[in-house]
Design a protein around this ligand. Structure first.
Ligand SMILES: NC(=O)c1ccc[n+]([C@@H]2O[C@H](COP(=O)([O-])OP(=O)(O)OC[C@H]3O[C@@H](n4cnc5c(N)ncnc54)[C@H](OP(=O)(O)O)[C@@H]3O)[C@@H](O)[C@H]2O)c1
Length: 265
Protein backbone atom coordinates (compact mmCIF):
# COMPACT_ATOMS: atom_id res chain seq x y z
CA UNK A 1 0.00 0.00 0.00
CA UNK A 2 1.39 3.46 -0.91
CA UNK A 3 1.38 6.22 1.66
CA UNK A 4 -1.10 8.92 0.61
CA UNK A 5 0.45 12.40 0.61
CA UNK A 6 -1.51 15.26 2.10
CA UNK A 7 0.66 17.93 0.46
CA UNK A 8 -0.48 19.79 -2.65
CA UNK A 9 1.61 21.43 -5.37
CA UNK A 10 -0.01 23.85 -7.83
CA UNK A 11 1.78 24.00 -11.20
CA UNK A 12 0.78 26.38 -13.98
CA UNK A 13 1.55 25.10 -17.47
CA UNK A 14 1.84 21.48 -16.30
CA UNK A 15 0.70 19.87 -19.56
CA UNK A 16 3.86 20.37 -21.64
CA UNK A 17 7.62 20.88 -21.52
CA UNK A 18 9.28 21.92 -18.25
CA UNK A 19 5.97 22.15 -16.33
CA UNK A 20 4.97 18.62 -17.32
CA UNK A 21 8.37 17.29 -16.25
CA UNK A 22 8.09 19.17 -12.94
CA UNK A 23 4.64 17.61 -12.42
CA UNK A 24 6.16 14.15 -12.95
CA UNK A 25 8.97 14.84 -10.42
CA UNK A 26 6.53 16.04 -7.74
CA UNK A 27 4.21 13.09 -8.45
CA UNK A 28 7.15 10.68 -8.12
CA UNK A 29 7.80 12.23 -4.69
CA UNK A 30 4.18 11.53 -3.71
CA UNK A 31 2.79 15.08 -3.84
CA UNK A 32 -0.80 15.65 -4.92
CA UNK A 33 -1.13 18.09 -7.80
CA UNK A 34 -3.29 20.95 -8.96
CA UNK A 35 -2.43 21.36 -12.65
CA UNK A 36 -3.38 24.40 -14.72
CA UNK A 37 -3.36 25.09 -18.48
CA UNK A 38 -5.74 26.21 -21.24
CA UNK A 39 -6.37 22.89 -22.97
CA UNK A 40 -8.94 20.77 -21.10
CA UNK A 41 -8.06 17.69 -23.15
CA UNK A 42 -4.32 17.97 -22.41
CA UNK A 43 -5.11 18.48 -18.72
CA UNK A 44 -7.27 15.34 -18.71
CA UNK A 45 -4.49 13.28 -20.34
CA UNK A 46 -1.83 14.46 -17.84
CA UNK A 47 -4.17 14.05 -14.84
CA UNK A 48 -4.94 10.46 -15.86
CA UNK A 49 -1.28 9.68 -16.61
CA UNK A 50 0.04 10.94 -13.26
CA UNK A 51 -2.76 9.69 -11.00
CA UNK A 52 -2.58 6.19 -12.52
CA UNK A 53 1.21 5.97 -12.54
CA UNK A 54 1.88 7.42 -9.09
CA UNK A 55 -1.39 6.91 -7.16
CA UNK A 56 -1.64 10.59 -6.27
CA UNK A 57 -4.62 12.96 -6.51
CA UNK A 58 -4.53 15.28 -9.53
CA UNK A 59 -6.97 18.17 -9.83
CA UNK A 60 -7.08 19.79 -13.26
CA UNK A 61 -8.17 23.42 -13.58
CA UNK A 62 -8.64 24.91 -17.04
CA UNK A 63 -7.58 28.57 -17.07
CA UNK A 64 -6.29 30.99 -19.67
CA UNK A 65 -3.79 33.10 -17.74
CA UNK A 66 -3.76 35.64 -20.59
CA UNK A 67 -6.97 36.87 -18.94
CA UNK A 68 -6.46 39.44 -16.17
CA UNK A 69 -9.04 37.82 -13.87
CA UNK A 70 -7.82 34.22 -14.31
CA UNK A 71 -5.15 34.14 -11.56
CA UNK A 72 -7.65 35.60 -9.06
CA UNK A 73 -10.28 33.01 -10.13
CA UNK A 74 -7.70 30.22 -9.84
CA UNK A 75 -6.84 31.15 -6.24
CA UNK A 76 -10.55 31.38 -5.36
CA UNK A 77 -11.30 28.01 -6.95
CA UNK A 78 -8.48 26.29 -5.05
CA UNK A 79 -9.70 27.79 -1.76
CA UNK A 80 -13.33 26.89 -2.48
CA UNK A 81 -12.25 23.24 -2.89
CA UNK A 82 -10.69 23.39 0.61
CA UNK A 83 -7.18 22.74 -0.71
CA UNK A 84 -4.09 24.14 1.06
CA UNK A 85 -1.26 24.73 -1.42
CA UNK A 86 2.11 23.78 0.11
CA UNK A 87 4.14 24.51 -3.03
CA UNK A 88 3.34 26.96 -5.82
CA UNK A 89 5.12 26.60 -9.17
CA UNK A 90 4.68 29.58 -11.50
CA UNK A 91 5.78 28.04 -14.79
CA UNK A 92 3.33 28.86 -17.63
CA UNK A 93 5.04 31.34 -19.92
CA UNK A 94 5.36 32.22 -23.59
CA UNK A 95 7.48 34.35 -25.92
CA UNK A 96 6.98 36.48 -29.01
CA UNK A 97 9.65 36.47 -31.73
CA UNK A 98 10.62 39.26 -34.11
CA UNK A 99 11.90 42.82 -34.32
CA UNK A 100 10.04 44.91 -31.75
CA UNK A 101 9.03 47.46 -34.38
CA UNK A 102 7.19 44.70 -36.30
CA UNK A 103 5.80 42.36 -33.61
CA UNK A 104 2.14 42.28 -32.59
CA UNK A 105 1.62 44.56 -29.59
CA UNK A 106 -1.49 42.64 -28.45
CA UNK A 107 0.55 39.39 -28.31
CA UNK A 108 3.24 41.17 -26.28
CA UNK A 109 0.73 42.59 -23.80
CA UNK A 110 -0.65 39.04 -23.45
CA UNK A 111 2.78 37.63 -22.61
CA UNK A 112 3.38 40.40 -20.06
CA UNK A 113 0.05 39.34 -18.48
CA UNK A 114 1.07 35.64 -18.51
CA UNK A 115 4.79 35.92 -17.65
CA UNK A 116 4.60 38.84 -15.20
CA UNK A 117 1.11 39.74 -13.96
CA UNK A 118 -0.07 36.15 -13.38
CA UNK A 119 3.18 35.38 -11.47
CA UNK A 120 2.68 38.49 -9.29
CA UNK A 121 -0.98 37.76 -8.51
CA UNK A 122 -0.49 34.05 -7.77
CA UNK A 123 2.65 34.70 -5.70
CA UNK A 124 0.86 37.38 -3.64
CA UNK A 125 -2.32 35.38 -2.98
CA UNK A 126 -0.69 32.02 -2.23
CA UNK A 127 2.17 33.63 -0.26
CA UNK A 128 -0.38 35.28 2.06
CA UNK A 129 -1.93 31.84 2.65
CA UNK A 130 1.54 30.37 3.29
CA UNK A 131 2.29 33.11 5.84
CA UNK A 132 -0.99 32.25 7.63
CA UNK A 133 -0.04 28.56 7.52
CA UNK A 134 3.54 29.36 8.65
CA UNK A 135 5.23 27.49 5.82
CA UNK A 136 5.45 26.88 2.11
CA UNK A 137 7.62 26.98 -0.98
CA UNK A 138 7.42 28.82 -4.30
CA UNK A 139 9.31 28.05 -7.52
CA UNK A 140 9.24 30.79 -10.16
CA UNK A 141 10.41 29.66 -13.59
CA UNK A 142 12.48 32.56 -14.97
CA UNK A 143 15.16 32.02 -17.65
CA UNK A 144 18.77 32.85 -18.43
CA UNK A 145 17.03 35.17 -20.93
CA UNK A 146 16.33 37.39 -17.92
CA UNK A 147 20.06 37.92 -17.41
CA UNK A 148 20.71 39.37 -20.86
CA UNK A 149 18.99 41.82 -23.24
CA UNK A 150 17.38 39.78 -26.02
CA UNK A 151 17.08 41.33 -29.48
CA UNK A 152 14.24 39.61 -31.44
CA UNK A 153 12.72 38.67 -28.06
CA UNK A 154 12.98 42.03 -26.27
CA UNK A 155 9.71 41.77 -24.35
CA UNK A 156 10.21 38.10 -23.39
CA UNK A 157 13.70 38.76 -21.98
CA UNK A 158 12.30 41.76 -20.08
CA UNK A 159 9.57 39.62 -18.49
CA UNK A 160 12.13 37.05 -17.31
CA UNK A 161 14.39 39.77 -15.85
CA UNK A 162 11.33 40.87 -13.87
CA UNK A 163 10.61 37.35 -12.60
CA UNK A 164 14.16 36.80 -11.37
CA UNK A 165 14.55 40.21 -9.69
CA UNK A 166 11.06 39.94 -8.11
CA UNK A 167 11.85 36.47 -6.74
CA UNK A 168 15.20 37.46 -5.19
CA UNK A 169 13.61 40.56 -3.59
CA UNK A 170 10.76 38.63 -1.96
CA UNK A 171 13.20 35.96 -0.84
CA UNK A 172 15.16 38.57 1.17
CA UNK A 173 11.90 39.76 2.81
CA UNK A 174 11.06 36.16 3.79
CA UNK A 175 14.45 35.41 5.37
CA UNK A 176 13.04 34.97 8.90
CA UNK A 177 10.11 32.76 7.89
CA UNK A 178 9.55 29.09 7.05
CA UNK A 179 8.81 30.07 3.46
CA UNK A 180 11.34 29.91 0.63
CA UNK A 181 11.10 31.20 -2.92
CA UNK A 182 13.41 29.98 -5.67
CA UNK A 183 14.10 31.23 -9.19
CA UNK A 184 14.78 28.62 -11.89
CA UNK A 185 16.80 29.84 -14.88
CA UNK A 186 16.80 27.31 -17.73
CA UNK A 187 18.65 27.94 -20.98
CA UNK A 188 17.19 26.98 -24.37
CA UNK A 189 15.26 23.74 -23.72
CA UNK A 190 13.62 21.28 -26.07
CA UNK A 191 9.90 22.08 -25.62
CA UNK A 192 6.99 23.50 -27.62
CA UNK A 193 8.05 27.02 -26.51
CA UNK A 194 9.78 27.80 -29.84
CA UNK A 195 6.74 26.74 -31.90
CA UNK A 196 4.38 28.84 -29.80
CA UNK A 197 6.73 31.85 -30.17
CA UNK A 198 7.04 31.19 -33.95
CA UNK A 199 10.83 30.97 -33.60
CA UNK A 200 11.47 28.14 -36.08
CA UNK A 201 13.69 30.45 -38.19
CA UNK A 202 15.84 31.68 -35.29
CA UNK A 203 19.54 30.79 -35.23
CA UNK A 204 19.07 29.88 -31.55
CA UNK A 205 17.64 26.53 -32.70
CA UNK A 206 21.00 25.65 -34.28
CA UNK A 207 22.37 25.33 -30.73
CA UNK A 208 22.01 22.35 -28.40
CA UNK A 209 18.69 22.35 -26.55
CA UNK A 210 18.56 21.06 -22.97
CA UNK A 211 16.29 18.21 -21.94
CA UNK A 212 13.18 19.41 -20.04
CA UNK A 213 13.42 16.51 -17.55
CA UNK A 214 16.96 17.58 -16.54
CA UNK A 215 15.81 21.19 -16.10
CA UNK A 216 12.87 20.05 -13.95
CA UNK A 217 15.11 17.87 -11.75
CA UNK A 218 17.47 20.84 -11.22
CA UNK A 219 14.53 23.08 -10.30
CA UNK A 220 13.03 20.52 -7.91
CA UNK A 221 16.37 19.99 -6.11
CA UNK A 222 17.02 23.74 -5.73
CA UNK A 223 13.47 24.30 -4.44
CA UNK A 224 13.77 21.50 -1.89
CA UNK A 225 17.13 22.84 -0.66
CA UNK A 226 15.59 26.32 -0.40
CA UNK A 227 18.20 27.81 -2.75
CA UNK A 228 17.61 31.30 -4.09
CA UNK A 229 18.25 30.39 -7.72
CA UNK A 230 19.32 27.63 -10.06
CA UNK A 231 20.87 28.16 -13.49
CA UNK A 232 20.33 24.80 -15.14
CA UNK A 233 23.33 23.50 -17.11
CA UNK A 234 27.07 24.18 -17.02
CA UNK A 235 27.17 26.03 -20.35
CA UNK A 236 24.35 28.31 -19.22
CA UNK A 237 26.14 29.04 -15.92
CA UNK A 238 29.25 30.00 -17.92
CA UNK A 239 27.22 32.17 -20.31
CA UNK A 240 25.60 34.10 -17.42
CA UNK A 241 28.99 34.53 -15.70
CA UNK A 242 30.49 35.96 -18.92
CA UNK A 243 27.55 38.30 -19.53
CA UNK A 244 27.88 39.63 -15.95
CA UNK A 245 31.33 41.02 -16.81
CA UNK A 246 30.53 42.18 -20.35
CA UNK A 247 28.97 45.59 -21.17
CA UNK A 248 25.21 45.27 -21.79
CA UNK A 249 25.44 46.81 -25.28
CA UNK A 250 28.00 44.15 -26.26
CA UNK A 251 25.88 41.34 -24.81
CA UNK A 252 22.86 42.69 -26.72
CA UNK A 253 24.90 42.62 -29.95
CA UNK A 254 26.01 39.01 -29.25
CA UNK A 255 22.42 37.99 -28.51
CA UNK A 256 21.27 39.63 -31.74
CA UNK A 257 23.74 37.42 -33.65
CA UNK A 258 22.49 34.33 -31.77
CA UNK A 259 18.76 34.97 -32.11
CA UNK A 260 18.38 36.61 -35.53
CA UNK A 261 16.65 34.65 -38.31
CA UNK A 262 18.82 32.16 -40.22
CA UNK A 263 19.87 33.43 -43.65
CA UNK A 264 17.43 32.27 -46.35
CA UNK A 265 18.84 29.38 -48.46
N1 LIG B 1 11.87 26.14 -23.55
C1 LIG B 1 12.84 27.00 -23.26
O1 LIG B 1 13.84 27.14 -23.99
C2 LIG B 1 12.76 27.81 -21.97
C3 LIG B 1 13.96 28.37 -21.49
C4 LIG B 1 13.91 29.12 -20.32
C5 LIG B 1 12.72 29.30 -19.65
N2 LIG B 1 11.57 28.74 -20.14
C6 LIG B 1 10.32 28.99 -19.41
O2 LIG B 1 9.79 27.75 -18.99
C7 LIG B 1 8.38 27.89 -18.80
C8 LIG B 1 7.68 26.71 -19.45
O3 LIG B 1 7.89 26.77 -20.85
P1 LIG B 1 8.10 25.49 -21.77
O4 LIG B 1 9.35 25.69 -22.52
O5 LIG B 1 7.93 24.25 -20.98
O6 LIG B 1 6.88 25.71 -22.80
P2 LIG B 1 5.72 24.76 -23.36
O7 LIG B 1 6.22 23.39 -23.63
O8 LIG B 1 5.13 25.56 -24.47
O9 LIG B 1 4.68 24.67 -22.14
C9 LIG B 1 3.91 25.78 -21.74
C10 LIG B 1 2.85 25.35 -20.75
O10 LIG B 1 2.15 26.52 -20.30
C11 LIG B 1 0.76 26.44 -20.66
N3 LIG B 1 0.29 27.77 -21.08
C12 LIG B 1 0.73 28.49 -22.14
N4 LIG B 1 0.02 29.63 -22.24
C13 LIG B 1 -0.88 29.62 -21.21
C14 LIG B 1 -1.91 30.50 -20.80
N5 LIG B 1 -2.20 31.61 -21.49
N6 LIG B 1 -2.64 30.20 -19.70
C15 LIG B 1 -2.39 29.05 -19.01
N7 LIG B 1 -1.44 28.15 -19.36
C16 LIG B 1 -0.70 28.45 -20.46
C17 LIG B 1 0.71 25.41 -21.80
O11 LIG B 1 -0.55 24.76 -21.91
P3 LIG B 1 -1.74 25.37 -22.87
O12 LIG B 1 -1.09 25.76 -24.16
O13 LIG B 1 -2.76 24.28 -22.98
O14 LIG B 1 -2.29 26.53 -22.11
C18 LIG B 1 1.80 24.43 -21.34
O15 LIG B 1 1.29 23.57 -20.35
C19 LIG B 1 8.00 29.26 -19.37
O16 LIG B 1 7.86 30.19 -18.32
C20 LIG B 1 9.20 29.62 -20.23
O17 LIG B 1 9.36 30.99 -20.38
C21 LIG B 1 11.57 28.00 -21.28
Amino acid sequence: MTLQSSQYVLITGATSGIGHELAKVFAAHNYNLVIVARSASDLAVVARELSQQYGIEVIAIEKDLFNVQSPFELHKEVLSRGIKIDILVNNAGQGVYGKFVDTDLRAELDIIQLNVNAYVVLTKLFLRDMVNNQGGKILNVASIAGKVPGPFQSVYHGTKAFVHSFTEAIRAELADTNITITSLLPGPTNTDFFNKAKMQDSKILEHHLADAATVAADGFNALMKGDDMMISGLKNKAQVAMSNITPDRKVARQMLDQQEPKAAD
